[in-house]
Design a protein around this ligand. Structure first.
Ligand code: ARG
Length: 467
């Protein structure tokens, strides 16, 4: 142990007759990962000390000393000069010990009316609140990148798929805007989750509250919490806010994984709809011709890792009796990794989408195959008075005949089409054209370029107000 620390033994060691073994020390310590909470821990301690002083539990001089000491520690940590010690178990005891070393007894008074149980719950909430704000901003950045591509490609025709079979033509802009909707909901979910993250546990102390005349509202205001956790047992024990965040993160990653899967497919030389910039791809060490979509593939893979953290946290809390249990120390690594994974993924995807190259020729050619306008011909027949089921049947027979001859519906003459439905006229050709097909889907949510542009305008307006 270095001289940097005031506490030569664990803060709770007075009760014990022998020290813990090195293995147990390593097993129970969290400082290697919870040091990420240091800034939040210091903010929480400052607010706590200020409140203690305001209610007369802590003297002005002690408060001044604590403030100076904590700011000095903040600097030491920022400069990478703080000597973390596993002997002091976690971030809280490391900082408190150093504070006492720097300012003496005032440091020892900081923990009045507080426990590490409410302290750690507060730290995680502060940390996660900031992480959520970063993620919401990144979701907006990704949406902006998608909207920019959608604008450029608002009239670019591609095949729309169901069952991965060519179904009906859509525009690539419409397809991109589908992801904008998904990521907009993800941002909403994050904002909603933030409201429940943003409640103050401090004041719960170990589990039952404290005998000191604390002012929890004061601390909540100082730390920007919207509300108090209103039951001390619940405040120190539940981690549902972290689970909820991981659920929202899992859904966002699920959306990223769908986009990834499509990018991988679209980039396959067989499909060739898009090209990713080289900086998102890697080559093969054996096959010189390869350009592999590593980034989307990894994002697809990392989605599983985030789901794993969600299930891990749910299982951590399952059947845990009230109130705090040491199990809860295991909440941090999954939470941190979820934030890191989602943050990196969103950052990279905003850049990747902005650099997406679109091959409109390949998309159009693919949309022309597979009878993608067959539904349009059926709708045309309905407009001519046929019941939809009869129209469907007539077109199905026409498709079968065209397929047998290896041609598209649009290649059949009006006379040939009339063999399947006598009401067909020359104007059927327009319904069968790709442009006619997409332009006809002209309602809110449809793929007509005018509607795609309207959706883009709505999204831009919404995003103008986003972080
Ligand atoms: N390092 C602990 C955690 O992460 C802090 C709370 C410890 N409290 C206790 N009574 N052991 O949860």
């Amino acid at each position: 142990m270095t001289d940097q620390f005031a506490y030569k033994t664990q803060a709770w060691s007075g009760r014990f007759s022998e020290p813990v073994s090195d293995l147990v020390k390593r097993y129970t310590a969290s400082v290697d990962f919870d040091r990420r909470l240091a800034r939040c821990d210091i903010d929480g301690s400052l607010a706590h000390a200020e409140m203690l002083c305001a209610v007369g539990v802590l003297g002005e001089e002690d408060l001044t000393a604590i403030r100076g000491g904590l700011e000095a520690i903040r600097e030491e940590i920022a400069r990478g000069e703080f000597a973390w010690s596993i002997d002091l178990e976690d971030v809280h005891l490391n900082i408190e010990s150093r504070l006492t070393q720097l300012v003496g007894d005032a440091g020892k008074r900081l923990h009045t009316a507080r426990s590490r149980n409410d302290q750690v719950a507060t730290d995680i909430r502060l940390w996660l609140r900031e992480a959520i704000d970063g993620i919401v901003a990144l979701l907006a950045a990704l949406q902006r990148a998608l909207v920019d591509v959608a604008e450029r490609e608002a009239a670019t025709i591609m095949p729309g798929f169901t069952h991965l079979q060519v179904a009906q033509p859509v525009t690539f802009g419409h397809h991109m805007m589908a992801y904008v909707e998904m990521f907009a909901r993800d941002a909403e979910r994050m904002a909603d989750c933030r409201r429940r993250v943003n409640r103050l546990p401090l004041g719960a102390a170990a589990l039952a509250g404290t005998t000191y005349p604390i002012d929890r509202e004061h601390v909540a205001r100082a730390l920007g919490f919207e509300a108090l956790c209103e039951n001390s047992l619940d405040a120190v024990s539940d981690r549902d806010f972290a689970i909820e965040f991981c659920a929202a993160a899992s859904i966002a990653m699920m959306h990223v994984s769908r986009l990834s899967e499509e990018l991988v497919l679209w980039m396959s030389p067989r499909v060739g709809f898009v090209a990713l910039a080289d900086r998102f791809c890697t080559g093969s060490s054996i096959m010189p011709q390869k350009k592999n979509p590593d980034v989307p593939e990894l994002a697809r893979g990392k989605t599983g890792r985030v789901y794993g953290h969600l299930v891990g946290l749910l299982t951590l809390m399952k059947a845990q009796p009230l109130a705090y249990n040491k199990d809860n120390q295991e909440d941090k690594e999954p939470l941190f990794d979820t934030v890191d994974t989602l943050t990196d993924t969103l950052r990279i995807f905003a850049d990747l989408i902005a650099a997406l190259e679109v091959n409109a020729g390949r998309m159009r050619a693919a949309a022309s195959e597979g009878f993608s306008t067959a539904t349009d011909l059926a709708d045309y027949l309905v407009r001519k008075g046929l019941p939809f089921r009869d129209a469907h049947e007539a077109v199905a027979r026409a498709v079968r005949a065209a397929a047998e001859r290896g041609v598209d519906l649009a290649d059949l003459s009006t006379a040939e089409l009339q063999a399947f439905a006598p009401v067909i006229g020359d104007d059927a050709a327009e319904a069968l054209r790709l442009e006619g097909s997409i332009a006809a889907r002209d309602h809110v949510g449809g793929t007509a370029p005018v509607q795609v542009r309207a959706a883009i305008a709505r999204a831009r307006e919404r995003l103008a107000a986003a972080p």
